[in-house]
Design a protein around this ligand. Structure first.
Ligand SMILES: C[S@@+](CC[C@H](N)C(=O)[O-])C[C@H]1O[C@@H](n2cnc3c(N)ncnc32)[C@H](O)[C@@H]1O
Length: 382
């Protein structure tokens, strides 16, 4: 069985192969903060071949291999309502995939002494890495919304001998008492950037968050705070995290039979699996989110996060015709299809051409320059 040092070096080498060069400071942090101190004895590793239950007592080698592998390890199901040993349920907390952790830390680029806020403590591993990177754990504040998860993270961090400030609460409100921050590191997905993070940061601060517009592809968002209290940035890559709890699944009213039914010629999969640039545009123009069900035929759901009474289901039927069932006053399918074809008419711009500005009023997507704003200013849906 390989020793700990060999396992850590194996993980670092695999990360290097998968994503290319890693900064020396981040490699040092990965060596200094062993991941196994932040993984529970039983978890669900999200491997390339699917979810795999890992149980240290039953199969220690499989557990160690997963811990020093590259997969995310789920540590909580259904907010704790389902036992992790069941291995099936909604993923509500995890020790993130090392590659994703490194990607976001590279974007964040924390420097010694930076006052740093982390949103989503999870197992505490990232908080420990951040503490190492800024050189002083007292400069790191990490917020976790789930008290049980936060309690375990505190124990993990104490075992590792790292003591950042840990807060139990809703990270959407930031943590004003620790402000002003130089870095804000978000480890749960958002579709709306809470202004509190900008308000609590100093000019020049960097905010990194997984951005989930509610269409097929999730991106990383890197914002820089400006002296006028706004923030601006771009989407430097792809990343996917479980959603921030206040911005999670959108409810839909039950079908009361009052909806309209009509045929469409656009294959709903064209919208469902549209490239990242199209997803950003459809989200910004319509404010809608999507969900896909592939269990009994393909269905694309369009949902209005602000109104459970507005939703549509676009059903893939045959090679030539598909059906939409739409509930509520809005013409959801038409809105989304129009937005998609607007993106097509602009030459199908890719992710690298988009950016975002966040102000106290909300967020605005733009193409190429902030002057080419797309859609209205959108604020958090409560
Ligand atoms: C992917 S995990 C974070 C992984 C973590 N950074 C680590 O190193 O293990 C996402 C975490 O965000 C937490 N979370 C979700 N919504 C939150 C919110 N509104 N405020 C604070 N934490 C939240 C979840 O409970 C979960 O523990």
């Amino acid at each position: 069985m390989p020793g700990l040092a060999a396992r850590v070096e194996g993980m670092i080498a695999a990360l290097g192969e998968n994503r290319g060069l890693i900064s020396d400071t981040i490699v040092d942090a990965l060596r200094a903060v062993p991941r196994h101190l932040f993984v529970p004895p039983v978890g669900v590793a999200l491997t390339d071949t699917g979810p795999e239950l890992i149980d240290q007592a039953n199969d220690p080698e499989a557990w160690w291999t997963a811990v020093y592998g590259t997969a995310a390890i789920v540590t909580q199901l259904d907010g704790g309502a389902t036992d992790i040993g069941d291995a099936e349920g909604r993923y509500t907390s995890s020790n993130s995939a090392p590659e994703t952790v490194v990607d976001l830390l590279e974007l964040l680029n924390p420097q010694p002494q930076h006052r740093t806020l982390e949103v989503g403590t999870g197992t505490g591993w990232t908080a420990a890495l951040l503490s190492h990177l800024v050189g002083e754990a007292a400069r790191v504040t990490s917020i976790e919304i789930d008290p049980a998860i936060a309690g375990q993270a505190a124990k993990n961090l104490a075992t590792a001998g790292v003591r950042p400030r840990l807060i139990v609460g809703d990270g959407a409100a930031g943590w004003a008492a620790g402000a002003p921050y130089d870095r804000v590191h978000v480890t749960c997905g958002v579709h709306t950037v809470p202004y509190a993070w900008i308000e609590q940061s100093r000019p020049g601060a960097v905010i990194v968050a997984p951005y989930s517009p509610g269409f097929d592809t999730d991106q990383s968002l890197r914002l820089v705070v400006r002296p006028d209290g706004t923030a601006i940035g771009r989407f430097p890559g792809y990343t996917s995290y479980m959603m921030m709890r206040s911005q999670g699944a959108t409810p839909c009213d039950p079908d009361d039979g009052s909806g309209k039914r009509f045929a469409i010629r656009v294959d709903p999969r064209t919208i469902a699996y549209a490239p990242a640039g199209a997803g950003l545009v459809m989200s910004a123009l319509t404010g809608l989110r999507t969900r896909v069900s592939d269990e009994a035929g393909f269905v694309l759901y369009l949902v209005d996060p602000g109104d459970a009474g507005q939703w549509a289901a676009a059903v893939h039927r045959s090679d030539t015709e598909h059906m939409v069932y739409e509930l509520g006053d809005r013409r959801l399918w038409e809105e989304v299809a129009d937005a998609y074809f607007r993106w097509v008419s602009w030459g199908e711009p890719g992710l690298d051409r988009f950016g975002m500005t966040v102000t106290p009023e909300g967020q605005r997507l733009w193409l190429d320059t902030p002057e080419r704003a797309i859609g209205p200013c959108r604020s958090a849906v409560s």
